[in-house]
Design a protein around this ligand. Structure first.
Ligand code: SAM
Length: 357
């Protein structure tokens, strides 16, 4: 922070180019895709701290006391506007912030996502379900001051461990998914599904992948780590006979299936809840967008020795991207582009188009 934005972009571009140079010396870099410098983040994952009368939302300091970040400049305005009524709701409902030292209290985290249309998905991460009834009872009050609240849920997180949510989700509203409309593609985001952090940059990333796919004219597309289907649904020009997505989150797969059902030709699309590492890896065009750990040797080897003529690899970690490209010597990186998904941080998203040698 404090670094002028054009310098941030130039620094990230040279960091990404340096990381890929040993494994992709001839790759052609397009101009970086820039972001709004502030107000870009569509999701806030706050620790709830303070006390029952005066909750804070933000992070914990070194004494595990809450630091309030409700005016954080990287959050979308729709989130910042929603924080005060949400904190007020927590206080009025009498939810006691979880005390990490004493391992007591009701609410651990508040997770809020905003759609491009300004609607909200709000999740209360609770230590137990003791207060579920109170939240449910008071929800209409919250909806009256926050009419843009489309989906509300409680996540049960009974364990004392360094992850921010548990497995069980209880949806409190009639609507269970947040509609994220990007151009003419409807993406349905459930509480436990991943979505790219920066909606405008995500839309640019999908458009770039779509432009590559339109040029390649693939017969079949496989989208590994597909989430709610952003790449699959954008990279399906009419020439594509079949589009298949694989994703470990059942919540995300059900969103992707719903999106496909909105299309005039839904039969071309299939989505499975599966492990991308052990499932199928062959198609004319394979798209991969793994978490920070990358593909790893097993999957990279299978793609390298498989039938894909082209691969699109979108990565949020240049180090694992470079390691994976090094594991795929039969595929040559031809084009790359940096997407500034995370301004004011050192993080980058890089998309690379590979073709078989
Ligand atoms: C970086 S996100 C990409 C999501 C999606 N491509 C998008 O654009 O929103 C990575 C996704 O991989 C999923 N995932 C993590 N490990 C997986 C695995 N072994 N097999 C399949 N999906 C996995 C996560 O649930 C998450 O949705």
């Amino acid at each position: 922070m404090g670094v002028p934005y054009h310098r941030q972009l130039a620094d990230k571009q040279s960091l990404a180019a340096r990381a890929l140079r040993p494994v992709a010396p001839d790759v052609d870099w397009a101009a970086p895709f820039a972001s709004a410098e502030s107000g870009y983040r569509n999701k806030a994952k706050w620790v709830v701290g303070g006390d029952g009368k005066n909750p804070s939302i933000g992070i914990l300091d070194e004494h595990r006391e809450g630091i309030d970040l409700r005016r954080c400049g990287i959050c979308e305005p729709a989130l910042v506007d929603a924080f005060p009524p949400l904190v007020e709701f927590i206080a009025r409902t009498g939810l006691v912030p979880y005390d990490v030292n004493r391992r007591a209290g009701d609410i651990k985290y508040l997770i809020v996502t905003a759609s491009p249309q300004g609607e909200l998905l709000v999740r209360f991460v609770l230590r137990s379900l003791d207060r579920l009834h109170d939240i449910r009872r008071r929800l209409p009050e919250l909806q009256s001051v926050l009419p843009q609240l489309a989906v509300a849920s409680v996540n049960l997180h009974p364990e004392h461990k360094a992850v921010i949510e548990g497995d069980q989700e209880i949806v409190l509203t009639e609507q269970s998914t947040l509609l994220m409309r990007l151009g003419d593609v409807n993406l349905y985001l459930g509480p436990q599904s991943f979505f790219q952090t920066n909606t405008a940059v995500a839309a640019g990333l999908y458009r770039q992948a779509a432009a590559w796919a339109a040029r390649i004219v693939p017969d079949s597309v496989l989208d590994l780590y597909c989430g709610v289907g952003g790449f699959a649904l954008h990279c399906a020009p009419a020439s594509v006979r079949s589009v298949h997505g694989v994703e470990v989150s059942a919540d995300a797969v059900s969103g992707a299936r719903r999106s496909a059902a909105d299309l005039p030709d839904p039969d071309r699309f299939t989505f499975d809840t599966d492990d991308a590492v052990t499932g199928r890896s062959d198609a004319d065009l394979v798209i991969v967008n793994p978490p920070r750990r990358g593909l790893g040797a097993t999957l990279a080897d299978r793609i390298d020795s498989g039938a894909a003529r082209h691969v699109i690899y979108s990565s949020c970690n240049p180090a694992t991207l470079a390691a994976d490209l090094g594991r795929m010597p039969s595929l040559r990186a031809v084009e790359a582009r940096l997407f500034d998904m995370f301004p004011q941080t050192a993080h980058v998203e890089v998309a690379v188009l590979l073709e078989r040698r």
